[in-house]
Design a protein around this ligand. Structure first.
Ligand code: ADP
Ligand code: MG
Ligand code: MG
Length: 902
């Protein structure tokens, strides 16, 4: 390889030299053209200039040494194969020049067809086509148009206007009504447009046309839209694009010619059948451009049965070969079929599941592969409610689907109004040009958020995803006027109070209330749809693939649930226990008063009395949860947040006290409360008196909770159930903290449990970096670790989540400092490293130490793979995310086995 490099690096590959696995070198289009060529399918001869040539060009601003010569060689062999020469005035070879990167990318240079035509060869082309002047001049005008627009940046509208004018002159809308003379005239006009914008004549040298087109493809890699797209999609900036040079075949030679696109199955639903469009007497780009109305592919059977049958045969062959849905582009030249492109086609989330299931039925793939073909993001998408399929609303705008779901509501333009109307029980959609941190309350109150600016990483998008709220961003057809409380779109005005509907998956915006329907997949998970007995391909496929994932996965999946109702729901979704039961809600509502007494206690016995009153309430809470999770482990976290969170806010209290004093009322109690709030005020509550620190400072608090847990477990056991409590101490940073809590807890437990057979584990959260770094010591006092990845992320980065997400994350994402918020997906390098250290050192100190995750990352697909790799025992996530975690835990096994044997 190295030797070859010094001689002459290979920059050009004939189609017969490549294959589908060379996407990095040949781009997707080139690799698949090569694959089809080698399958013996009818692909017009051609060659691919590699992405390496592009990289070299972009690095130096010049075509690398040897490239020109290799292009020449390949061109010559193309000429030999076709018996034609590029630029031959009698019988010209024409080629297309097509970009094609590893990942398909909007914003890059498209395609130039008919390269090689000039004032002389257009005559030869006509003669070769049996005197078809119309065809020849049509091809020439297309070359000037595409070349002008994509290679020389001539505004495309100018060509389109000239074409429209030519049609108007003939009083027609159909380009087929233009005859050879009209098209010859159009070529003249096009050349003038070209000259006006570029200051030079349209190049007549075919090889110069070719070289300029190739260079334009290289340079389009760095076009603004392409750069932006790459940044958003996390595509590396240095891959470069390949260039394909393909012998032209002509769909515009007459009624027995044409061009089309097709899918081997329906990419929307996954249903089998023939899906495609065909356009007679046209060149490829006409189908996409919508110049004339296409006909359904089925009609080709009447027009040209032989080509139709051949096409269907090829599609079946491609599916069998790629073992997946493929999309294709083809052209028929006078009854001869040519394949111009194929790739594994994009599909909706529903189609992904359905197709994977079908391919298993057909024996093309096994269930492991089916599992690999779908993902948690798709499953999550299928679990959102969506707009009814057959609704008749037309979208008025389309933005970016920034946070999925379907939402309808009354339009409001300010955060304050959103909060007001939401308080009245109304669904509202907050509409802004862009949101900023001041809009946070409005975003919380709204059903959905719609912005006219910004992309997937704008403030609105980032915050909405964090909240799980439907959001469409960057709907730039919408003109928002906040002071006037209205927006205009498609010539209509929408005022505050009008109703709109937004689809956070597709980005579509509708006026009026589009009916929403529940997700069938959720109904299935909830047990109200029986996959064996309904005719629903999607539900059956989901069932099958989920069952397989459950059989494969090594990670258990638990849920975060604080109430019996949540626990029951999560269990239906497949949760195998509770990984995080927070206890703070058990101190709210009408129990607040007891908490106040606990905090304000002065006289001896007051605190004890408050705790004693709380004990039975807590016990009942736990009994309910243990009952719902009968037989499964339940991790209960002792109280975590700072106690002042249970007291009224300072300002409100201060005002109340002042007002009451003014009126001469007795305010002793309020004054004591106010003093306590002042005393307990913290500058950085996230880093203050909370978690285990609270337990060590407030005597009896943890003890009461431990007793409530143990008593509840015993009472469940007496009733014939099996409770498996795991007591979790939050915010531990040093083993001494845990030892202190443990000593007291063990005494209470052994006293309560007696000979009931109940077993209670005691463990800790690992959420302070110091805990991760001293995990070996901490494991001496812990039977389990549960990673609190939210706090661990906050403390590892020094971020206060509530502040940073709204304040500057959008900027960090824009700059690429991180590709995704570390609160959404685990930061493998930093936070992940802490987790690895803690897992390894914890297990080394205590073999059999149980390891889990209870942060929100437990339901994030990529994070689940990471936790699998680290070898944790379980992840825990919100009930709704449980199916996603089950699926991804199964996929993690398949992918680890499949990729290597580490
Ligand atoms: P895109 O990626 O935008 O589809 P393509 O390179 O696939 O761009 O080409 C645009 C259109 O031109 C397609 O319809 C394609 O089938 C057609 N086309 C490309 N090369 C040729 C060729 N050599 N002969 C005939 N049509 C072609
Ligand atoms: Mg294409
Ligand atoms: Mg925490």
């Amino acid at each position: 390889m190295a030797a070859q490099e010094t001689v002459d690096h290979k920059y050009v590959y004939d189609f017969s030299e490549g294959n589908k696995d060379l996407k990095g070198l040949l781009g997707g289009k080139g690799a698949n053209l090569a694959e089809m060529t080698n399958l013996g399918l009818p692909v017009p001869p051609g060659f691919t200039i590699t992405t390496e040539a592009c990289q070299a060009y972009l690095a130096t601003g010049q075509e690398p040494d040897g490239l020109a010569g290799q292009i020449e060689q390949h061109l010559e062999s193309l000429e030999r194969a076709m018996g034609k020469r590029l630029g031959d005035p009698q019988d010209p070879l024409l080629v297309s020049v097509r970009s094609g990167a590893k990942f398909s990318m909007p914003g890059m240079m498209e395609t130039v067809l008919n390269v090689g035509l000039n004032d002389q060869s257009v005559v030869g082309l006509s003669a070769q086509a049996g005197g078809n002047d119309r065809f020849a001049w049509d091809s020439y005008r297309r070359l000037i148009q595409m070349f002008g627009k994509t290679v020389c940046e001539v505004p495309g509208e100018e060509f389109e206007h000239a074409l429209d004018d030519a049609k108007s002159a003939k009083s027609t809308h159909n380009d087929l009504d233009l005859d050879a003379d009209d098209l010859r005239g159009l070529v003249d006009t096009y050349k003038k447009i070209f000259l006006k914008h570029t200051g030079r004549e349209f190049p007549q040298q075919p090889r110069e046309q070719l070289d300029l087109a190739i260079r334009a493809v290289f340079e389009s890699w760095n076009a603004e839209r392409a750069v932006l797209y790459r940044r958003q999609e996390r595509i590396p900036a240095d891959l470069g694009t390949a260039v394909n040079v393909v012998t032209m075949v002509f769909g515009n030679l007459g009624p027995d010619s044409g061009t089309g696109v097709a899918f081997t199955r329906d990419p929307g639903s996954g249903a089998q059948g023939i899906y495609g469009d065909y356009l007679a007497n046209a060149q490829g780009e006409d189908v996409v451009a919508g110049i004339r109305n296409t006909v359904p592919l089925q009609e080709l059977e009447q027009l040209d049965k032989a080509s139709y049958d051949e096409l269907l045969g090829i599609m079946a062959r491609l599916e069998e070969h790629y073992k997946d849905l493929c999309d294709i582009e083809f052209t028929i030249e006078r009854g001869k079929l040519w394949m111009l492109q194929t790739r594994v086609g994009k599909r909706t989330a529903a189609a992904a599941f359905v197709i994977a299931g079908q391919l298993v039925d057909e024996g093309l793939i096994d269930l492991d592969e089916a599992l690999h073909r779908v993902n948690g993001a798709q499953l999550a998408q299928l679990m959102f409610p969506r707009f009814q399929l057959d609704h008749e609303f037309e979208p008025v705008a389309k933005g970016i689907g920034a946070s999925p779901g379907a939402a309808s509501g009354t339009v409001v333009f300010t955060s304050a109004r959103a909060v007001e109307l939401a308080a009245e029980g109304k669904s509202v959609i907050l509409v802004r040009r862009e949101t900023n941190p001041d809009d946070l309350n409005g975003m919380i109150a709204a059903k959905g958020i719609l912005t006219s600016r910004g992309g997937k990483t704008s403030h609105a998008a980032v915050v909405a995803r964090g909240m799980g709220k439907t959001c469409v961003s960057g709907a730039d057809e919408i003109d928002v006027n906040v002071p006037a409380k209205r927006f205009t779109v498609a010539g209509q005005t929408v005022n505050e109070g009008d109703v709109v509907s937004i689809d956070g998956t597709t980005g579509k915006v509708y006026l009026g209330e589009v009916p929403v329907m529940p997700s069938e997949v959720v109904q299935y998970f909830e047990g109200s749809l029986d996959p064996e007995h309904i005719d629903n391909a999607l539900v059956r496929a989901v069932h099958r693939i989920m069952t397989h994932a459950d059989g494969k996965r090594r990670l258990a999946v638990r849920t975060n649930a604080d109430t019996g109702a949540d626990a029951a729901r999560a269990r239906r979704f497949g949760a195998e226990g509770i990984g995080l039961c927070r206890t703070e809600h058990m101190f709210l509502g009408d129990r607040r008063e007891l908490v106040e007494r606990l905090i304000l206690a002065r006289a001896p016995g007051e605190r004890e009395a408050a705790l004693e009153a709380l004990l039975p309430l807590q016990r009942a809470d736990f009994e309910e949860i243990f009952r719902e999770m009968d037989g499964l482990p339940v991790t209960v976290r002792l109280i975590d947040p700072p106690l002042h969170e249970f007291l009224p806010p300072l300002e409100q209290l201060a005002v109340n006290v002042a007002v009451a004093q003014e009126r001469g009322e007795d305010v002793a109690k309020e004054e004591a409360l106010l003093a306590a709030v002042r005393r307990m005020h913290e500058e950085n509550p996230m880093l203050g008196l909370r978690g285990v620190r609270l337990g060590l400072v407030i005597p009896g608090l943890f003890a009461m909770q431990v007793r409530a847990i143990a008593e509840a477990a015993v009472s469940c056991a007496r009733a014939g159930g099996v409770a498996k409590p795991e007591i979790m101490v939050p915010l531990v940073g040093a083993v001494q903290e845990l030892e202190t809590v443990r000593a007291e807890a063990e005494k209470i437990i052994s006293e309560v449990v007696g000979d009931s057979g109940v077993e209670v584990l005691i463990g800790t959260m690992i959420e302070v970096p110091r805990a991760a770094l001293t995990a070996g010591q901490i494991a001496e006092a812990a039977e389990f670790f549960s990673f609190g990845t939210n706090d661990l992320t906050q403390m590892a980065w020094g971020f206060s989540r509530d502040d940073v997400e709204g304040a500057f994350f959008w900027r960090y994402l824009e700059l690429g400092i991180f590709g995704i918020s570390p609160f959404e997906s685990i930061d493998r390098d930093g936070v992940g490293r802490l987790i690895r250290i803690a897992a390894e050192e914890g297990r080394a100190a205590r073999p059999g130490l149980k390891l889990g995750v209870c942060g929100e990352h437990g339901g994030d697909p990529d994070s689940v793979h990471f936790f699998h790799e680290v070898g944790l025992d379980y992840v825990s996530c919100s009930p709704f995310r449980v199916p996603v975690a089950r699926l991804e835990a199964g996929r993690a096994v398949v992918e680890t086995d499949g990729s290597d044997s580490r």
